[in-house]
Design a protein. Sequence first.
Length: 208
Amino acid sequence: MIEYEFDNPLELVNENFFLPLQRISITSKPTREQDVIALFNQLIAGGVIRGIRIMSTNERLTYDGLYRIIIEEPKDHHLYDEEDNPLGIDKSVLNGFSLPFIFEPKVLEYKYSLDGLIEDIEGGVKNSNDIGLVVVWETGEEFKENYKITSYLDPDNLTLREYHGVTHGITNLTSQQREMELIVLSELIEYLNNPEEVIEMQREKYED
């Protein structure tokens, strides 16, 4: 692990997050699902991802946990700003809503790679219609056969992001319905570190 830490450092340094040190405390990139869970919860605690409340986590049940979204004052805490809040939502998303706005509980799934969840769905172990949010380190390749991923890190798709921190949406190619929201942690961190470069990469990777 010392060698891995040296070869695969995890760096996210930003004056807006993880006060007062402004630095994430996980030292290396995830290698398994448990690392993904730890990193995701640090991003919530550090203010990188806002509004997601973890209700429960249970590795023995079919699904990994439950969460709910709470959007509350101050509103600017959730709204997109290119410099200060790049994972925020467009102000048009909140039009007509009075705050606090509390979503109903939804199912949360963790995987190291999205490939693992696709295999569970295809094997009948899990149902994509049951899942609200998937948190992964990487997307893998298996999704391409039956799903399309839309990147919310592309500013052109900003209005599709319904709550803070979500990086992508997953659409079923057969039904053309968006089934699950997705947070790809590796791409989220790369985006915060190098936004212009990652936006171009997102367009190349996910656009038809």
